[in-house]
Structures are given as structure tokens and as C-alpha cells.
Design a protein around this ligand. Structure first.
Ligand SMILES: [Fe+2]
Ligand SMILES: [Fe+2]
Length: 375
């Protein structure tokens, strides 16, 4: 894969699909100490990865000259709404930092997080102006309208807040991803907006991944308390700053009507996937007091996935059709090469390509479909 493809793939998917590193508890340390050790490790990996692969420059990594004015007022209003949410960053950073200051890993992450988030409102605001949809004066007026409000921590403890930020980052990433799809499908996008939204989605995905690993660390070391906090946070969850932004009722309705984000999307794409991802057992979900229909849905899916993963480890029996006649005549000095990969779709392990040199040194190819059976 070329570097450009890798970056595109990375921007598209983020790293939320990356496998988790196992948490290895220290035998001779307190639970708190183990958590701190793990958080710091997570931060170092996060930072290294961000430095090597994910840094982007607001000025040079977005093609500002390609900003066009073909977005509808609805899309522009939604982008302005997202910009407003991002603009409460001074409150997010200062208040969360004060809460988790004593954790080195989390505090360093929070500093880095603040830097990355600061680029989001800059990029959105700059697109609004570069596309000609808003003037600098209009943006200044809009920002002034937000200054009277102050965001407060929605939860009190560091563990509840990491549960909150995990959910919120996944939801924010989904908002940007769906907005990008919407403008693309409606032909309202431009290369500048597309690139900006890809960078933002990629950052949000990385933030979600750090927080989910943090929640998993808490889960590994104190499952009961963590599950109780997850339930409490879900029961009281709201996206940040919405109540502080003028006319949010109208803005939220626009976002929901356009299919970008809303209560149904939250349940299907955030709440259930998060519960599944955390590998909480059916019994633990019951003990935490989640609604029974949700427990069944989440636990059934998690159990099915676990069963499929187990099945994938079983040895496979591969049945080959009868070897073509010419292949059965292969002599000792002939070369037989096996190629895995479909010649049609590039999908691996569906065909074997027999590449045989016959006695006259001519190359003979056979493409043989494979049938996989599981025990
Ligand atoms: Fe952001
Ligand atoms: Fe974020």
C-alpha cells in the first residue's frame, strides 16, 4: 500500500478498529498504581503514533483554494453548529485537566488532546469563510454570542469523565463522518471541506480509542465499579455544550433531520456498539440494571462474535476439486506455484492459482476455487 493510500485509509477508518493491547496487571502494585502505569503507556503509544502518522497542518494540509460555495445553507448551518461545540475548548481543557491532573498519563494526553482539538474549530471556521458562506465579521459576531456561557463538567469523578469522553468522542467522530458522506452524496462538498472533515474524523477516532482503552483498563482492574459508572454516564449522557449554544433546539433538529446524528443514531451507533466493545457479560449487564431488551441484544451479539472468533481458530479442512489432468502429469522438475487471492476481487483465500511449467518450459495456469469447511 502506498503512503498516500495508507494516509487515505487512515483518515477513513481512524484507529478505532485496531486491536487492543492486553492489560497486564502488576503483581505488586496497588490498583491505582497499575492504572497510572497503564494510562502512561497508552499515552506514550498514542503520542508516538500521532507524531509519526497523524499530525496535520491547518495551513498546508487542507487545500483552501479549492473551497467552493456550493453547500446549502443547511449544511453551512450544521458546520457552524459543530464549530460552536468545538469553540468551548478552553472550558473542556481547563476543567478536565483540573480533574485528572494527578494522573500523568491522562494529564499529558489531555494537553495533547487540547492541541488537536484547537485545530478543529480553526479548520471549520476557516472553511466557512473560505467558501464565502460567512464573512469574518459574521464569524466574530457568532463567537461573541457564545462567550457568555461556560461549560461545566457533566460528571464528578475521573472514571466517570473518561466514560463520558469515550462516548462523546465516538459520537463526535460519527457526526463528522456522516456530514462528510452527506455533502458528498448531495454534491455539496468540495475538496477542501472533504479533507478538513477527514482530518477531524481521524482525530476524533484517535481520541475515542485512547479513552476506550482507558475505560478498558478500569474494567480490567475494577469491573463492578466501572460498569456502574458506565451505566450512570449513559443514563445521564448529553453531547457537550448544546445547552449553551443559542438556538440549539433548531440546530439539533437540523442535524437530526439531515440524518447526521440523533437519538436513534445514538442508540444504534454509539450506545450499543460501546457496550459490546467493552465485553461486558450478560450477568454484569443485568447487575448494572440495564433494560432487559438491551441486555439481550448486546449480549447476544457479543456472544455470537465470541463464538465466531472461536470458530476462526479451529483448523480448516480445505476441499480441492480434482486436480486438472495436466497438473497430474507434472514431472519432478516442473515448478508449481500457489497463489492465494481471487483474480476477480482481490479477496484473499478464495482461489489457488497453479502456475506450472510444462516439459517445454511453457507456463500453464490453472485457477482452482477453494471451498473452506469448518469443523
Ligand atoms: Fe473535535
Ligand atoms: Fe475529539
Amino acid at each position: 500500500m502506498s503512503e498516500e493510500q495508507q494516509i487515505a485509509d487512515y483518515c477513513e477508518k481512524g484507529r478505532a478498529h485496531w486491536p487492543d493491547e492486553p492489560v497486564t496487571p502488576l503483581k505488586s502494585a496497588s490498583v491505582q498504581c497499575q492504572m497510572e502505569e497503564t494510562f502512561y503507556e497508552h499515552y506514550l503509544r498514542y503520542f508516538q503514533n500521532a507524531e509519526e502518522k497523524r499530525r496535520w497542518n491547518v495551513d498546508t494540509d487542507i487545500p483552501w483554494a479549492a473551497a467552493e460555495g456550493n453547500a446549502s445553507e443547511l449544511v453551512v448551518s450544521i458546520i457552524e453548529s459543530f464549530c460552536a461545540v468545538e469553540s468551548f475548548l478552553p472550558d473542556y481543557t481547563s476543567k478536565i485537566m483540573a480533574l485528572i491532573r494527578k494522573s500523568k498519563g491522562r494529564a499529558l494526553f489531555q494537553a495533547n488532546w487540547g492541541y488537536e482539538e484547537s485545530k478543529h474549530s480553526l479548520a471549520l471556521e476557516r472553511w466557512l469563510i473560505a467558501s464565502g458562506k460567512r464573512t469574518e465579521d459574521e464569524m466574530e459576531d457568532f463567537e461573541r454570542s457564545l462567550l457568555g456561557a461556560e461549560w461545566k463538567l457533566p460528571f464528578e469523578t475521573p472514571r466517570q469523565m473518561i466514560c463520558y469522553t469515550m462516548i462523546q468522542e465516538l459520537a463526535t467522530g460519527l457526526n463528522y463522518t456522516n456530514l462528510r458522506k452527506l455533502v458528498h452524496e448531495n454534491g455539496e462538498g468540495d475538496p477542501c471541506l472533504d479533507k478538513a472533515l477527514r482530518w477531524l474524523s481521524s482525530d476524533e477516532s484517535a481520541h475515542y480509542n485512547f479513552f476506550r482503552k482507558g475505560v478498558k483498563t478500569y474494567m480490567a482492574l475494577d469491573p463492578e465499579g466501572t460498569i456502574a459508572d458506565i451505566k450512570y454516564v449513559f443514563d445521564n449522557f448529553a453531547m457537550p455544550a448544546h445547552a449553551l449554544i443559542p438556538e440549539w433546539e433548531k440546530r439539533g433538529a437540523e442535524i437530526e433531520a439531515s440524518g447526521i446524528y440523533g437519538p436513534k443514531m445514538y442508540l444504534a451507533k454509539i450506545r450499543k456498539p460501546v457496550l459490546e466493545d467493552l465485553n461486558i457479560s450478560r450477568t454484569q449487564l443485568k447487575e448494572a440494571g440495564l433494560p432487559s431488551h438491551e441486555i439481550d441484544e448486546v449480549a447476544d451479539r457479543a456472544e455470537t462474535k465470541a463464538e465466531q472468533a472461536k470458530q476462526a481458530l479451529y483448523p480448516r479442512i480445505t476441499s480441492l476439486p480434482a486436480i486438472p489432468v495436466a497438473a497430474s502429469r507434472v514431472q519432478k522438475n516442473h515448478v508449481v506455484r500457489l497463489f492465494f487471492g481471487s483474480p476477480i476481487s482481490g479477496n484473499p483465500a478464495f482461489y489457488i492459482k497453479w502456475n506450472i511449467k510444462n516439459s517445454r518450459k511453457r507456463q500453464v495456469n490453472f485457477i482452482v476455487p477453494l471451498i473452506f469447511k469448518r469443523n
